[in-house]
Design a protein around this ligand. Structure first.
Ligand code: S3P
Length: 171
């Protein structure tokens, strides 16, 4: 198998599941948000605040390019990576793309009160929930392009790692 890609909305566990899956299968783990932050020398939140989302997507595209070049890596993307046509093409041709999902309420619970998610910044919990629902609906067509889809609501990381391994045949 080539790369294994984990995507899905923020708070669906891409990074935690990806890290654990990589360790269990002795693969490299690459997180595209980390690559963006390393290259830019700033946090994703700062990039959004100063240069905006379009600039972030361009940096993310480059990070995706680098990530899919790492042999056999488990790659966790940011929640919006599949929205960009170039990133999407690179990811879908790199290997199985597993989209992690969760209910809007679970996503809200997992992202917590921290104001570090640019798309939910400065909103009350009720507004956040509405925003999560709105973005999920808008992104559904992109998320549907993933090769597999797993609802993570109420499930443990180990359970999810096991399911992904059997789903994609990861040794
Ligand atoms: C984004 C999700 C974030 C990060 C950026 C944009 C999105 O990643 O890439 O803030 O558009 O959903 P996480 O999904 O890891 O939070």
């Amino acid at each position: 198998m080539a790369q294994l890609i984990l995507t899905g909305f923020m708070g669906t566990g891409k990074t935690e599941v990806g890290r654990r899956l990589a360790r269990a299968t002795q693969r490299a783990f690459v997180d595209t948000d980390n690559l963006v932050e390393g290259a830019a020398g700033r946090s994703v939140a700062e990039i959004f605040a100063t240069e905006g989302e379009a600039h972030f997507r361009a940096l993310e595209r480059e990070a995706v390019r680098q990530a899919v070049a790492v042999p056999d890596a488990v790659v966790a993307t940011g929640g919006g990576a599949l929205l960009d046509a170039d990133s999407r093409r690179l990811l879908l041709s790199a290997g199985p793309v597993v989209c992690l999902t969760a209910t809007p309420e679970e996503i809200l619970r997992r992202v917590g009160a921290a104001d570090d998610r640019p798309l939910l910044r400065g909103l009350t919990p009720a507004e956040r929930l509405a925003k999560i629902r709105e973005i999920l609906a808008a992104r559904e067509p992109s998320y549907q392009l993933a090769t597999h889809r797993i609802d993570t609501t109420g499930r443990s990381i180990d359970d999810l790692v096991g399911e992904i391994r059997s789903l994609v045949g990861a040794e």
